[in-house]
Design a protein around this ligand. Structure first.
Ligand SMILES: NC(=O)c1ccc[n+]([C@@H]2O[C@H](COP(=O)([O-])OP(=O)(O)OC[C@H]3O[C@@H](n4cnc5c(N)ncnc54)[C@H](O)[C@@H]3O)[C@@H](O)[C@H]2O)c1
Length: 267
């Protein structure tokens, strides 16, 4: 029996083909969990699943558009059958389309609501159904929703993205209460990552400049770092370590919380 923190656990990571999700998936595998990647990016998702399988645990990929209820049914069934269970869901898939409120486009707003709010809600629905005692996996578990520091501060150019992440925060708490009171054996928490210099973060820094909110990208980044007591941007590993903790036995009595992983930016 492995002494790794998450040995024997069975995880599904949405948006696990790229960015934070890919590194969270690899960290879950390093902690001993078998991991299924669910994403709309098939080739990249299969690459991450291959890396996981080569690391000595089970790794799989399932095509999953988180906005689609039927695809969630298939993805959770595939997780249970291919991994032999399902007791960790990382609701990580998310999109951010920056805009000043004066210029927002309805279609962009709907896309963010679809992926960030509906995608997260459907994830909790299908995790609860599978993980509750009478479900196909039936052993309870842990759900971690990836919100954002944007849910806790007033950062210009991302009003609606921030609103969707505030919704993730609120749904997390209600999910935790329902799952607890109804005896599902599932803990539900969320994380507020700070800005990361990955594709999404760099695109936001460029948008900030193009909207006239900073003279250049360096100034935009320095502004964020200046608002962060620990004096740097966030990194994927900061988020991954917090995810591992929230899924672990050490967090067994923690549910319904939002954990800031942003160096104090939202304090
Ligand atoms: N990058 C940051 O600075 C930052 C900060 C705080 C929170 N976040 C949040 O972290 C999460 C991951 O962000 P990231 O920086 O890795 O972004 P990313 O764009 O690199 O990765 C997002 C992943 O989600 C997938 N995805 C998008 N729409 C999907 C859908 N409909 N169904 C399934 N998968 C879908 C993408 O294919 C991609 O693999 C997001 O929820 C994001 O809002 C990011």
């Amino acid at each position: 029996m492995s002494d790794k923190k998450l040995a024997g656990r069975k995880a599904l990571v949405t948006g696990g083909a790229n960015g934070i999700g890919a590194d969270v998936a690899l960290a879950l595998a390093a902690a001993g969990a078998d991991v299924m990647i669910g994403d709309i990016l098939v080739d990249k998702g299969k690459d991450v699943a291959g890396k996981i399988a080569r690391s000595g645990v089970k790794g799989g990929f399932v095509a999953l558009d988180v906005t689609d209820d039927a695809q969630w049914s298939r993805a959770t069934a595939a997780t249970v059958s291919e991994l032999g269970g399902f007791d960790i869901l990382i609701n990580n898939a998310g999109i951010e389309i920056a805009s000043l409120l004066i210029n927002v486009e309805t279609e962009d707003l709907r896309k963010m609501c679809d992926v960030n709010i509906i995608g997260t809600a459907l994830g909790m629905k299908h995790a609860f159904r599978a993980m509750r005692p009478e479900g196909a996996a039936g052993k309870g578990g842990a759900v971690v929703n990836i919100a954002s520091v944007a849910a806790t501060i007033a950062f210009p150019a991302i009003a609606v993205y921030s609103g969707t992440k505030s919704a993730v925060d609120r749904m997390t708490r209600i999910g935790a209460v329902e799952a607890g009171k109804l005896g599902f054996g599932v803990r539900v928490n969320c994380i507020y990552p700070g800005l990361i210099a990955n594709e999404m973060g760099v695109r936001l820094a460029n948008d900030i400049v193009s909207f006239g909110l900073a003279p250049d990208v360096n100034a935009a980044v320095s502004d964020v770092v200046g608002q962060t007591p620990l004096g740097r941007l966030a990194e994927h590993s900061d988020v991954a370590d917090a995810v591992i903790f929230l899924c672990s036995h050490e967090a067994r009595f923690i549910t319904g919380v939002g954990l800031p992983v942003e160096g104090g930016m939202g304090t």
